[in-house]
Design a protein around this ligand. Structure first.
Ligand code: NAP
Length: 244
């Protein structure tokens, strides 16, 4: 489905990003991982099958120069970038009463500004070639709002607005922009959650189980491929029916 395509996945060293990188390679793409975590990125490159199909670059998505560098790395290694996935993320949960301003700013900077940096930089190059696909990883937290996540829910809702506005700006240039809203997915990000919170979340999921990173990745493959050639500005929920 992605034969000969070049992709960049931010935050691709573990979790959902790594699953996306795996799925892309399986479908014939070559992938650059742009992640803060250099050791995990190195391990990911090995796991993905080595330098003929993947490489990594240290990328903090808050830094426009490093985001441009990730695109340069991809172009030099594998050719012009066809697919850019804004996936990098972190959480700094606390109720508003306890949340520091730094933790609010940090989450907005990584998710919302980071996705804007990636979308803007990738779009600038893609529009010249009149082709390309951008996929933004939002969250169900951005649809319904979660207690303790005023920063994260705001950033993830913001990504939906960013996706739709960018989709309108870029459609006539042959560039599509879509988003995915995962629900409760089994990754290092959710591993640290207290057991009673996990049980509470599971009780809200009609399918009765946590999602696997590969189940998000397959939807991203669909959005990155020509199977979704008439879709832009869409937001796809991958949440086992939670908050449908
Ligand atoms: P994860 O396992 O924590 O992986 C996120 C990766 O992003 C890590 O390698 C992390 O590096 C990297 N990262 C953090 N800040 C970065 C930055 N400024 N620049 C570049 N890379 C950075 O998380 P995940 O669960 O796979 O989540 C991936 C995406 O899915 C996130 O956007 C998340 O919000 C979203 N999502 C997750 C779930 C879920 O249930 N897991 C649900 C909905 C949405 P470090 O390890 O060094 O921090």
């Amino acid at each position: 489905m992605l034969k000969g395509k070049t992709a960049v996945v931010t935050g691709g060293a573990q979790g959902i990003g790594l699953a996306i990188a795996h799925a892309f390679v399986e479908q014939g793409a070559r992938v650059v991982i742009g992640d803060l975590n250099e050791n995990a990125s190195r391990r990911a490159v090995e796991e993905l099958g080595g330098e003929s199909v993947t490489c990594h670059t240290v990328c903090d998505v808050r830094d426009t120069t490093l985001v441009e560098q990730a695109l340069d790395t991809a172009e030099e290694a594998f050719g012009p970038v066809d697919i850019f996935v804004n996936n990098a993320g972190l959480t700094r949960d606390a109720t508003m009463r306890k949340m520091s301003e730094e933790d609010f700013d940090m989450v907005i900077a990584v998710h919302l500004k980071g996705a804007w940096n990636g979308t803007r930089a990738a779009a600038r190059r893609m529009r010249e070639r009149e082709s390309g696909v951008i996929v933004n990883i939002s969250s169900m937290s951005g649809k319904v709002g979660n207690i303790g996540q005023t920063n994260y829910s705001a950033a993830k809702a913001g990504i939906v607005g960013l996706t739709k506005a960018a989709a309108k700006e870029l459609a006539f240039k042959g560039v599509r922009v879509n988003a995915v809203q995962p629900g409760f997915i089994d990754t290092p990000m959710t591993e640290a959650m207290p057991e009673h919170v996990k049980q509470q979340k599971l009780a809200e999921i009609p399918m009765g189980r946590v999602g696997q990173p590969a189940e998000v990745a397959s939807v991203v493959v669909f959005l990155a491929s020509d199977m979704s050639s008439y879709m832009t500005g869409a937001v796809l929920e991958v949440a086992g029916g939670r908050y449908m």
